[in-house]
Write a protein that binds this ligand. Structure first.
Ligand code: GLN
Length: 539
């Protein structure tokens, strides 16, 4: 019988529900169970593809082309599994599928109502995943915090499933315990209120994950236990720690895995693997360090700047660094400052390597091109991801091939279109079809023998995830190659350039990929190109 664990948030957002869900998954997987996970986002957008990442965080892409919340990236990285559309729900997608069924007369003339039909649709989706994944456990993370109007119907789904299968459903509340400076004491009251809100939705938590700056002590566990109706042993400390990859190990200190199994009347099928512990030990005992500069575009909200839009890139850098027992030091460089003051480019000398990540729109583009030129000329290891690859090609076309007006049609419609919009994309946009229509998801790429990329992957055909509308214009391929740019990867079906690089003889590492390698990196198996990039940086 499949067990369902709902993970909900209390007090405030951004306290690590996603990492908690991913970590519980990792713990159960290490105990020998088949695990899958679903993220529920309360917004009306059908997927995350139409949301601005600079404001909402990274848009993660799965093999099947789903554009989703960055938490699916966390699940994939912790579980070491590929996920898909089966693992993602938004309010928009649930309403859409329900309305489509209603239009097909699937309800046979009945009145279709928000309750119970929306929660039923959620449960049906969970059941579909259960069948496909043959999972022992399905973790369902409900976005937002309890008490919000937006996620009520998802709490309702959890309640209804529990009513139907009382022995198969657990609820976990991830809550925050502040330690106000002026008081100097950890306060449990906000969490008590969060549990009350959950209770009023008909749900009693089985576990409280107590997020705080430090571990929760005995007296506070006792207090919460009484006021929240949760066994002291099921209040799990989740103090701030250095690395998210430590979270599963930390949860296990409070025996979370076995507590979950006990409530489900299950026993571990094997003891926790050593791989994860070794990883955490590598993180804690670095032998060297590596300084990476990410030249990107950042979002300011009042006095705060958000970095969430590049989360998979950051994690991929970490995975490759941990592989070499190196401590990564990542610095954010706003591309726009190089446009305002090119003299600042010398700052790039401080870094062991430079990354230009993906992006849309022309803000900061010329600054990124200046940074790429600097990295190329000064032989600083460079890795360009999607837009980063397109800009590296433009830089090469302008400064090496002498095509002064080279650009992407995305930024200048009168340019020499070294980067042009793909044909089918032109048609889609003419019809205003924006949602879910980019070149998305996994496509094959054939690698050229003898190149950096071919050596890194160790195989000729690879598959990587995409999210773009523009592409290297094959009209310019010959002149680029003649001038020394190596096209090391091509999509065999459509003859699209997927990777460009400079030979090792002229540069220590200069690689750009049209795809997003960062989406397929995970801590136990770092991505081959990130690995080789970091290797070059350490050298
Ligand atoms: N804006 C570029 C395109 O659409 C690059 C996209 C990206 O970096 N993901 O092709």
């Amino acid at each position: 019988m499949t067990k369902y664990i709902f993970i909900m948030g209390g007090v405030m957002s951004g306290i690590g529900k996603g990492i908690t869900t991913a970590s519980i998954g990792r713990i159960l997987k290490d105990k020998g169970f088949i695990v899958s996970a679903i993220k529920i986002d309360p917004y009306i957008n059908v997927d995350a593809g139409t949301m601005n990442p600079v404001e909402h965080g990274e848009v993660f892409v799965c093999d099947d082309g789903l554009e989703c919340d960055q938490d699916l990236g966390n699940y994939e990285r912790f579980l070491g599994q590929s996920l898909s559309t089966d693992n993602y729900i938004t309010t928009g997608s649930i309403y859409l599928s329900l309305i489509q069924r209603e239009r097909k007369m699937e309800f046979g003339g009945k009145c279709v109502e928000v309750v119970p039909h929306i929660p039923e649709e959620v449960i049906a989706k969970i059941k579909r995943l259960e069948k496909k994944a043959k999972a022992d456990f399905i973790l369902i993370e409900i976005g937002g915090t309890v008490g919000e109007y937006q996620n009520l119907l998802f709490l309702e789904a959890a309640r209804m499933l529990k009513l139907r299968q009382p022995n198969d459903v657990l609820s976990v509340l991830v809550s925050y315990l502040p330690i106000p400076n002026t008081i100097g004491e950890m306060k449990t009251k906000p969490t008590q209120y969060a549990v009350r809100s959950l209770n009023s939705a008909g749900i009693q938590p089985d576990f409280i994950i107590a997020r705080a700056a430090v571990p929760v002590d005995g007296p506070r566990k006792k207090k919460m236990s009484i006021f929240c109706g949760v066994d002291e042993k099921d209040i799990i400390s989740a103090p701030d720690i250095k690395s998210i990859y430590e979270v599963p190990v930390n949860f296990e200190k409070d025996d979370l895995g076995n507590r979950i199994l006990k409530k489900c009347n299950l026993r571990a099928k094997k003891s926790n693997g050593l791989d994860w512990k070794r990883l955490v030990s590598n993180i804690h005992n670095p032998k060297t360090q590596v300084k990476i500069g990410i030249v990107g575009k950042y979002f300011k909200t009042g006095d705060f700047t958000l970095m969430d839009s590049y989360i998979s890139v950051i994690e991929a850098i970490k995975h490759a660094s941990f592989h070499f027992k190196a401590k990564p030091e990542i610095t954010w460089l706003s591309a726009e400052i190089f446009e305002e003051n090119p003299k600042l480019l010398v700052e790039l000398k401080k870094f062991d390597g430079i990354i230009v990540p993906g992006g849309f729109g022309n803000r900061g583009v010329e600054g990124k091109i200046l940074a790429i030129e600097y990295a190329r000329k000064n032989k600083i290891p460079f890795f360009g991801l999607c837009l980063g690859m397109q800009l590296a090609t433009i830089e090469f076309a302008r400064n090496v091939c002498g095509i002064k007006n080279a650009n992407s049609m995305e930024f200048d419609e009168k340019c020499e279109s070294v980067i042009d919009m793909m044909l089918e994309q032109k048609r889609l946009l003419k019809e205003n079809r924006y949602g879910g229509t980019m070149r998305l998801g996994a496509y094959n790429c054939k690698l050229k023998p003898g190149t950096i990329s071919r050596k890194a992957y160790g195989s000729e055909i690879i598959s990587e995830r995409h999210r773009h509308r523009y592409e290297l214009n094959n009209k310019y391929k010959e002149i680029l190659e003649k001038s020394g740019l190596v096209v090391s990867g091509v999509n065999p079906e459509k003859d699209l350039v997927e990777i460009v690089e400079l030979p090792r003889s002229v540069h220590p590492f200069f690689v750009g990929t049209q795809f997003h390698p960062e989406f397929k990196s995970n801590p136990l198996t770092p991505h081959p190109l990130f690995r080789e990039f970091i290797r070059a940086c350490i050298k």
